[in-house]
Design a protein around this ligand. Structure first.
Ligand code: GUN
Length: 297
């Protein structure tokens, strides 16, 4: 068997089409959805992500603000900037790009973001709401994975979903979302991680295997059941002397071997990657719609 490819580019284009309609509707009523992104320091990968977010906002006709602060900025200065953006009515969504320099406490910063603008869904209020199944926002990468499953017709109800990885950004929320009631969920969920004994014994039981370990080659062919759906969230930059850049992106899954046993699989790049910014934009549009509804009531 050679697996069918699930491509984030295709799924995200479908969602962008729907978002454009909602953005036009908001604008026709006088609201331009606005997203602010704050970057502290000059990490090249973060700079790329922040640039991509700004560009996508502009492409969709949204209001975009990018605040770049030096790596020497203090926690107090960052909190002051967040306060300003919290109060700015033209900004509906606000995120601070992670990781932050070591002298700034991530949790303090996340807690300072108005939960109504927290389009990353990192604030404890929003994490709690997601967990009890009353979500305002859903975190972008897990939401993107869920949309890929739903829109490519993968049945999740009653299936065994194994999540590999336990980060706050992907693994933990992914597991919580897959066990909720509703479309793209209703799964029986197992979470495994770097300290799990005999990882393969668990991954081989997966009908749906979602991998967010952050390590290339974590999942080999012998770890995957025939016919499983494999979603690779890994984005690892590895040396590749044969490429012009000297490096290339690769996932956590041994793609070439696993595609021979899986029924469907996401490649890296081109799989989950494009979904994260797409779902972030969806959250920003949702934030604007909710802000508008609040003004009217
Ligand atoms: N750094 C890596 N992923 C993310 C993300 O989803 N949001 C933010 N703010 N920073 C990140």
């Amino acid at each position: 068997m050679t697996a069918r490819l699930i491509l984030g580019k295709e799924v995200s284009e479908e969602i962008y089409g729907e978002l454009r309609v909602r953005i036009d509707a908001l604008k026709s009523r006088g609201t331009v959805p606005g997203l602010a992104v704050v970057l502290v320091g000059d990490d090249p990968a973060s700079q790329t992500y922040v640039r991509m977010k700004g560009r996508k906002c502009e492409e969709l006709g949204m209001h975009s603000v990018t605040e770049i602060m030096p790596g020497s900025a203090t926690e107090e200065e960052l909190l002051e900037k967040i306060g300003e953006l919290n109060r700015d009515e033209r900004i509906h969504g606000l995120l601070v790009q992670l990781p932050l320099p070591g002298h700034i406490d991530e949790n303090t910063v996340i807690n300072a973001i108005d939960p109504r603008k927290d389009v990353d869904c990192f604030h404890p209020t929003n994490v709690g709401r997601m967990l009890i199944g009353d979500p305002g926002f859903l975190p972008a990468t897990p939401a993107g994975v869920q949309q890929m499953l739903v829109r490519s017709g993968v049945e999740t109800a009653g299936k065994h979903t194994v999540v590999v990885g336990r980060s706050n950004i992907v693994g933990k929320p992914m597991a919580a979302m897959m066990m909720q009631k509703g479309p793209g969920a209703d799964s029986t969920v197992t979470v495994v991680h770097s300290r799990t004994r005999d990882l393969a014994a668990f991954t081989r039981q997966a009908d749906i295997l979602i991998v967010a370990m952050g390590r290339p080659g974590s999942i080999t062919r012998d770890m995957v059941k025939e016919g499983a759906v494999v979603i690779d969230v890994g984005t690892n930059r590895v040396d590749d002397p044969s490429s012009a850049k000297g490096s290339r992106l690769t996932g956590d899954v041994d793609f070439d071997a696993v595609k021979e046993v899986a029924s469907a699989i996401t490649p890296v790049p081109g799989g989950v990657g494009p979904m994260t910014i797409c779902m972030l934009m969806a959250n920003a549009v949702k934030a604007a719609e909710r802000a508008e509804a609040q003004v009217m009531t």
